[in-house]
Design a protein around this ligand. Structure first.
Ligand code: ADP
Length: 356
């Protein structure tokens, strides 16, 4: 196969040389004949057989020599301006095929070759960059998922072993079983979030749009946290504009509200307050979820919408860093806006704008 390709390459090169040689020879012959006939006419030379013979020989030799010279010059030119860059690009592409995405090509000097190769090289470099960032995302994602899975799995393993002890008190048995259930729930939550995020990121989303009362939906979502705010003694404040409807996918939007409320309650200490407001602003419905929790520093704030990012490690066991990534994705799909204002130690305010 390789030999065959080599042979075809040689044949192609020969074909190119011959065609070029014949073309140049033809052009030079025409020029010479034209020149000789005008030259003979102007000198009024007698065209004897002898004269003609020697002129033909010289002309033929000149034609061969000049054609060869031009063919060689063209071959060198082609090697420098076409074959060399093509070889560089082919070799680099082969490296990409083998999984080396770090490869980048230097731009050609435009003195020798035209700009088209530089356009190809620029595209190639962009492609390599894109592939390498996708690869980094993929490996980071695998590392993050494995890391997030390790802790709950270790807990399940340890408590499972403890549960096997023969003379275990009822109290301990319940405690260990609860730890196992909590960790399994964490794993299930994480998998559900990963699947949701994957669906939202990689698939064509068909929005199930309907017109509905946003205030009602917000209140329903908030009420799901009644137990939490009662247990933690958190105060609730609401300011909801009546009858504000939006045309949106209710199921997707409920993901946004649930994640914002769950964070607000998670990061607010007992005795704090969580407030919810809804108002219309031009073509937007503006939802604000405020809390008087620990707040977010500006360093952390810059990353909170990234996958698996957890700024506050003291609450790490209660989440997996996917909530706000999901929220952001849904808001983007709905062509809305999300912003966050926060002061460390004082609280956080998330503002979501949804097109009505
Ligand atoms: P998780 O809550 O599972 O850690 P999220 O993606 O929901 O993941 O949030 C990412 C990070 O953003 C959190 O770890 C936390 O540091 C920060 N954060 C989000 N909401 C709040 C909030 N209301 N108050 C303080 N910090 C918050």
């Amino acid at each position: 196969m390789k030999n065959e390709r080599q042979f075809r390459k040689i044949l192609l090169a020969l074909n190119h040389f011959l065609t070029f040689f014949i073309l140049v020879a033809f052009v030079i012959s025409c020029c010479m004949m034209l020149f000789l006939s005008t030259f003979a006419d102007s000198l009024d030379l007698e065209l004897t057989n002898e004269n003609l013979n020697s002129a033909a020989k010289i002309t033929f030799l000149n034609v061969i020599l000049l054609s060869l010279l031009f063919t060689i010059i063209d071959a060198v030119r082609r090697k420098l301006t076409v074959k060399r860059p093509v070889k560089r690009i082919t070799e680099a592409s082969q490296k990409i095929v083998q999984g080396d995405f770090s490869i980048r090509l230097q731009l050609q000097s435009t003195v020798w070759s035209d700009d088209s190769f530089n356009e190809i090289i620029e595209c190639f470099n962009k492609m390599a960059e894109e592939l390498s960032s996708v690869e980094t995302l993929r490996t980071d994602f695998i590392a993050n998922v494995s890391h997030e899975m390790k802790t709950p799995l270790a807990v399940i393993q340890n408590y499972g072993t403890l549960l096997q002890a023969p003379d275990l008190s009822e109290e301990k048995r319940i405690e260990y079983a609860k730890a196992i259930t909590d960790s399994s729930r964490r794993l299930v939550d994480m998998m559900t979030n990963i699947l949701k995020l994957n669906r939202l990121e990689n698939q064509q989303i068909y929005l199930n749009t309907e017109e509905y009362d946003l205030g009602e939906q917000l209140c329903e979502c908030l009420l799901q946290y009644e137990n939490v705010w009662e247990d933690k003694n958190i105060g609730i404040e609401t300011d909801i504009e009546d009858g504000l409807t939006v045309k949106a996918d209710a199921e997707l939007l409920s993901l946004v509200w649930n994640n914002l409320f769950s964070n607000a309650f998670k990061f607010t200490e007992s005795g704090g307050t969580v407030s919810l407001s809804l108002a219309s602003e031009d073509e937007f419905a503006v939802v604000k979820v405020r809390d008087t929790g620990c707040g977010i520093s500006s360093d952390i704030g810059a990353h909170i919408f990234e996958k698996f990012y957890q700024g506050d490690t003291s609450h790490a066991t209660q989440g997996n860093g996917l909530g706000l990534a999901l929220v952001k994705r849904v808001v983007d799909i709905m062509q809305g806006e999300i912003g966050v204002e926060s002061t460390l130690g004082e609280g956080t305010n998330f503002t979501v704008k949804i097109r009505r």
